[in-house]
Write a protein that binds this ligand. Sequence first.
Ligand SMILES: C[S@@+](CC[C@H](N)C(=O)[O-])C[C@H]1O[C@@H](n2cnc3c(N)ncnc32)[C@H](O)[C@@H]1O
Length: 289
Amino acid sequence: MQKEVDLYHAHYGYIAADPQVAVRRETYDEDLGQASWITLAEAREFFSALELGPGHTALEVACGSGGVTCRMAAETEASCVGVDISAEGISAARERASEQGLAARVSFQIADAGQPLPFPDESFDAVLCNDSINHLPRRADVLRDWYRVLRPGGRLLFTDPIVVTGQLTNEEIRDRSSIGFFLFTPAEFNEPLLAQTGFIVHEVRDVTDNVASVSRKWREARAKRRAELVTLEGETAFDGVQRFLAAVHALSSERRLSRFMYLAARPFGEDVREAAAGSRQADQADQHP
Ligand SMILES: C[S@@+](CC[C@H](N)C(=O)[O-])C[C@H]1O[C@@H](n2cnc3c(N)ncnc32)[C@H](O)[C@@H]1O
């Protein structure tokens, strides 16, 4: 489906423009250049769950402008790689890494994460994907590829912000998915799929609160700067992003669409047997609903 609202072009194309910076400062606890529902406080919880440290390597899938990737490298001392399909996002990410003196340990590549990733098997100790898996078709293939690039014992953490936990009208679905390809996922779909892929699931947590608060603050901060943003984005794009954010806020605050965090690991040693049993169980549950 053709996207009606080019949120990421507007975001990454003018990442350093004054009104965009002011909007992010008012929206998030810290401006990481994010185009999502993550705050610095939450990012730190994710880094710690990934158990990263010096000498480790981590991949961020759909890293956008690389703010989270750079912060992960700075705070954990791991080497980090970010990939995103947006050339503007990757260019802003490279600039950020070099400005922050991280270029020796952090790199970025343009890649379509809906396709096999351009990395050999068992390249990373951790894979992080924040608020982006919903943009990738064929979930089973995506998870299989993340499993492939992880080393045995490596950890995967992703958020899925599009878990259907209530009723949605056709207009709400249209507004919520107006920014590009969207995969709406039923509740309790990701857990068995992770097990079938061979992962051990460590934690599943409802992290919808950030969506409700960030979308409200983001929309209000943009509304205050309407004139400057319309000059940058054009009136149609501005109104489209506002409509998108209004839909996000309504659906998340009413818990009709939820955001979940999944922490899993590629098994290692003894865990391999446990994971194989989990995978068989998930297969059987699939066949006998
Ligand atoms: C909601 S943003 C999240 C960006 C970043 N993870 C963050 O938290 O700020 C979703 C990102 O997915 C990227 N994206 C969409 N489709 C993609 C694909 N097929 N391959 C790689 N990245 C993709 C977009 O360019 C955008 O940067």
